[in-house]
Design a binder for this molecule. Sequence first.
Ligand code: 5GP
Length: 126
Amino acid sequence: MSTNGLPPYDPQNIFARILRGEIPCKRVHEDAFALAFHDINPLAPVHVLVIPKGEYVSAADFHATASDAAIAGFWRAVAKVASEFGLDATGHRLLSNMGNDAGQEVPHFHVHIFGGRRLGRMVPPG
Ligand code: 5GP
């Protein structure tokens, strides 16, 4: 498995444990490819995390190694969740932190969906 400089996949990471049902989450969507749930520390009125069901450390790992069906299914789930929260009309932001410079905390690929207020532009100044 490609890990792109990150450590190998840790099956004890918090999202792996959520996927296995070992710890609870506020689930908003689940299908064959993805699980979506509310972030435990929301930064916007809508702050949902979408994670693929396979073992992928990062965005780079997921897109390099997942099947085409898994990639398509995952992104369709992201779009479906955003739409179901009514965020197509108002707008929303998709974000995936990857590796050290982005401050990725949880080493299981995930996409944040932010919405429900004006989000400001892009990345805060460094
Ligand atoms: P990252 O920095 O890796 O992109 O973001 C990880 C996100 O996971 C953070 O926004 C954090 O609040 C969220 N998070 C961490 N642990 C848990 C948890 O146990 N449950 C839920 N629902 N979210 C979590």
